[in-house]
Design a binder for this molecule. Structure first.
Ligand SMILES: O=P(O)(O)OC[C@H]1O[C@H](OP(=O)(O)OP(=O)(O)O)[C@H](O)[C@@H]1O
Ligand SMILES: Nc1ncnc2[nH]cnc12
Length: 293
């Protein structure tokens, strides 16, 4: 498979070489075409238009994959389309980079991570209910490198966004896997938001709905207090119902919620999630924008 980097600005030889090494590693030693096409016209496009332009390049038989970096005055956006038929983008950088070269490499690294990890997430139509496209993490979890790289990507995102917390709360069940990995890697205490009826002693609980179910979660009373700043971790955000329920529970204890971190999101539910989460920030490691291209 060949990858061609298409940019709207000149990369230094060093940046090009590092980008290729990063992408090569991500693609597990696929051949990388090491030149860049500099296209000034891309400067005029935002990320959505950029992707349309990208289509023109990537849909040719010659290039099975292309990476396009679009630099705007306020941030660098990354857009990517893969031969697997998925398209996705990195989030805009939160602040103007002080060191552009480092920022560029951070974007390449993030793109490389996404390239490597997205194909490990299965997509199962109509599960567990008709109309739901289920994002299955089983195939990611069973892959030693994938699991390792995902854990590292969570830590990097936490650092890059400057998230501050002294406890991590994971949502039963898939949120336990990634929440406790992150807790271990950041040396942070972990709190279980457990499905109802599984915890002993006094608990507090909150009910909620998800993309396909209704449920109730609980935490042990007395584990958190006003001193705590909690990061909520889950595998995926769809409607935001689960994250919102966890946030309500945590706030009931007097603790603060510093935000949420999910590996994946369901683009079709994004409006609902935004309404549900309100001001609560939610960072997503793999930001899948749309499916089925
Ligand atoms: O944003 P939402 O609409 O709330 O949906 C996301 C939630 O749905 C899934 O959990 P599920 O309730 O299926 O439980 P599980 O982890 O036990 O599979 C997923 O792991 C999230 O917790
Ligand atoms: N589309 C989806 N895939 C996996 N887990 C989910 N939880 C809620 N919606 C989901």
């Amino acid at each position: 498979m060949k990858i061609q980097i298409i940019t709207n600005y000149e990369l230094t030889a060093e940046e090009t070489a590092s980008a290729c090494v990063t992408l090569q590693a991500a693609m597990k030693s696929e051949e990388i075409q090491s030149d860049c096409i500099v296209d000034e016209a891309l400067q005029n496009y935002g990320i959505e238009c950029g992707r349309a332009v990208l289509n023109d390049y990537t849909m040719s038989a010659e290039h099975s994959m292309a990476v396009c970096l679009i630099r705007t005055p306020s941030a660098i956006h990354g857009a990517i389309m893969t031969a697997t038929g998925r398209s996705f983008s990195t989030e805009a950088a939160p602040t103007e980079p002080s060191d552009q070269s480092a920022q560029t490499m951070a974007v390449f690294k993030s793109l490389g991570t996404q390239l490597a990890l997205f194909p490990l997430v299965g997509l199962i139509p109509d599960f567990p209910a008709p109309g739901v496209l289920f994002q299955d993490i089983s195939t990611l979890l069973v892959d030693a490198d994938g699991l390792h790289d995902m854990a590292d990507a969570m830590v990097e995102l936490v650092k890059a966004r400057g998230l501050k917390f002294n406890k991590i709360a994971g949502i039963d069940a898939r949120g336990f896997i990634f929440g406790s990995l992150l807790a271990y890697l950041t040396h942070t205490g972990f709190v279980m938001c457990r499905k109802k009826g599984k915890l002993p002693g006094a608990t507090i609980s909150a009910t909620y709905g998800t993309e396909y179910s209704k449920d109730e979660i609980e935490i042990v009373d007395g584990l958190l207090n006003e001193q705590d700043k909690v990061l909520i971790v889950d595998d995926l955000v769809a409607t935001g119902g689960s994250l919102d329920a966890a946030a309500r529970l945590i706030r009931q204890t007097g603790a603060g919620v510093s935000g949420a971190l999910a590996l994946l999101r369901v683009p079709e539910c994004e409006g609902m999630a935004r309404n549900k989460l309100g001001d609560m920030r939610c960072d997503v490691v793999l930001a899948l924008n749309s499916l089925g291209h």
